[in-house]
Ligand binder design. Structure first.
Ligand SMILES: *Cc1c(COP(=O)(O)O)cnc(C)c1O
Length: 371
C-alpha cells in the first residue's frame, strides 16, 4: 500500500498487511455478528472462539506439548520480570540470570526484589556486542530457574540456540523480540514469555507458554492477577482481557501458519537480514558493531563514523519513507528492526537507500573504523 511507510520501528512494530485489512472489517462487524470485535463480551461465543483459536494456532505453530499451557497476560514483558520470580523463586532459592543486554538486566534487577539472584554470565565487558560462549557461563549450585533473553532488541544480538542448563532446572526465556520468528523447541523451556508488540500483534498483551506444573509452587498470598495459576485455571479469562489484542495475535499466528509456519518464517527472516548484513560487511561507511556470530536477525544495529552522519542518515531516510531507524538511546546509531511482518520490499528499499547514502557521503581516507 503506497500510503504506508517502510516501518523499521522496534516496537510496537509493523504488522502484516493482510491482518490489518481483516481487522479493519472485523472492527466494524465480525463474523456477521453485527458487532465489532472490540465490542464483544469476553464471555460470549464469538470471543471464546477467538481466544481458543489463538491458543490453537500457537500450539500448532510451535508443536507445544500437552503439559504446557498458553496464557495471555497484561502488563507487558516488564510485568513478567516480576511475575517470574514471584511465582518461581521459592524462599531460600537462587535464580540465575544470563545478562546479555538492557532487558536482561532489567529482568535481573526486578528479580532482586523477590529473592536471591546469581549472574551466571554478563556480556557487559564486551558492551553487549556478543552472546557469551557456553564456557563462560557459571551457574549457581542449584538454581530455581535460569533466565535468558533470546534476542537483545537494543544491542542487536541473538542466541542462536539455547545454552545448556543444569539438569531439571527450568529455563525461562524472554522471547519478546524474536517469538515465532523461527522454530522453537518448547520442551527445552519451563516458561517462555513475549510481549506481543514486536512479532505477535499490538501492545497490551503478553503470550506466556508455561509447563503447567510450574504454576503450583507459587505462594497463595500473591495477588490474584500476579499468579500464573489464575490464568491457567481460568483460561486467561479471570477478568476482562484485552480482547482486541488477543484477536490480533490470533490473526498474526494464522498469517504465520498460512505463509509457511515457523520454518518458512525463519527462512525469510534469515534472507532479509542477510541483505542488510552483506551490505554492511562490504561498506566503507557503515559499521556493524555486533560480533558476526551473535548477530540478531530481528534487530540490525549499525552506525556511521560520526554522529553527524547518523543524524543526516536518519533525516534523509525519514524523507524517503523509511521510518523507525533511530537506535535506542542507550546504544546510539541506527537500528533496523526487521520483524516477521517487515516485508522483504522494505528491506530492499533500506539497502538501496544505504547504498545511495554511501555514494553521496564518501568516507575520507583514515576516517573509517572510527566509532
Ligand atoms: C520490548 C522488550 C521488553 C519490554 O516489553 P514491554 O512489553 O514494554 O514491557 C522486554 N524484553 C524484550 C526482549 C523486549 O524487546
Amino acid at each position: 500500500m503506497t500510503d504506508r511507510s517502510h516501518n523499521f520501528g522496534a516496537g510496537p512494530g509493523v504488522l502484516p498487511e493482510p491482518v490489518l485489512l481483516q481487522a479493519q472489517q472485523d472492527l466494524w462487524n465480525i463474523a456477521g455478528s453485527g458487532i465489532g470485535i472490540a465490542e464483544h463480551s469476553h464471555r460470549g461465543k464469538v470471543f471464546d472462539k477467538i481466544i481458543l483459536e489463538a491458543e490453537d494456532e500457537a500450539r500448532r505453530l510451535a508443536g507445544i506439548p500437552d503439559n504446557y499451557k498458553v496464557l495471555f497476560i497484561q502488563g507487558g514483558a516488564t510485568q513478567q520480570f516480576a511475575m517470574v520470580p514471584m511465582n518461581l523463586l521459592p524462599a531460600g532459592g537462587v535464580a540465575d540470570y544470563l545478562l546479555t543486554g538492557v532487558w536482561a538486566e532489567k529482568a535481573w534487577k526486578e528479580a532482586q526484589k523477590f529473592g536471591t539472584t546469581h549472574v551466571a554470565v554478563s556480556g557487559e565487558g564486551s558492551k553487549y556486542t556478543r552472546i557469551p560462549a557456553v564456557a563462560e557461563i557459571t551457574y549457581s549450585a542449584k538454581p530455581a530457574y535460569v533466565h535468558l533473553t533470546t534476542n537483545n532488541t537494543i544491542y542487536g544480538t541473538q542466541w542462536k540456540t539455547e545454552p545448556p542448563v543444569p539438569l531439571g532446572v527450568p529455563l525461562v526465556a524472554d522471547t519478546s523480540s524474536d517469538m515465532f520468528s523461527r522454530p522453537i523447541d518448547v520442551s527445552k523451556y519451563g516458561l517462555i514469555y513475549a510481549g506481543a508488540q514486536k512479532n505477535l500483534g499490538p501492545s497490551g498483551i503478553v503470550m506466556v507458554i508455561m509447563r503447567a506444573d510450574l504454576a503450583d509452587a507459587a505462594p497463595a498470598a500473591l495477588p490474584t492477577m500476579l499468579q500464573y495459576r489464575t490464568y491457567l485455571k481460568e483460561r486467561s479469562l479471570y477478568n476482562t482481557p484485552p480482547t482486541f489484542a488477543i484477536y490480533m495475535v490470533g490473526l498474526v499466528l494464522k498469517w504465520i501458519r498460512e505463509t509457511g509456519g515457523l520454518a518458512g518464517m525463519a527462512e525469510r527472516n534469515a534472507e532479509k537480514a542477510k541483505l542488510v548484513y552483506d551490505f554492511l560487511d562490504q561498506s566503507a561507511l557503515f559499521q556493524a558493531p555486533v560480533h558476526p556470530d551473535s548477530r540478531s536477525l530481528m534487530n540490525i544495529v549499525f552506525r556511521c563514523p560520526t554522529e553527524e552522519l547518523d543524524t543526516k542518515f536518519l533525516g534523509e531516510a525519514g524523507k524517503r519513507g523509511l521510518s523507525g531507524l533511530k537506535g535506542h538511546r542507550s546504544a546510539g546509531g541506527m537500528r533496523a528492526s526487521v520483524y516477521n511482518a517487515c516485508p522483504r520490499g522494505s528491506v530492499v528499499a533500506l539497502v538501496d537507500f544505504m547504498k545511495e547514502f554511501e555514494l553521496a557521503n564518501p568516507v575520507r581516507a583514515g576516517a573509517s573504523g572510527q566509532v
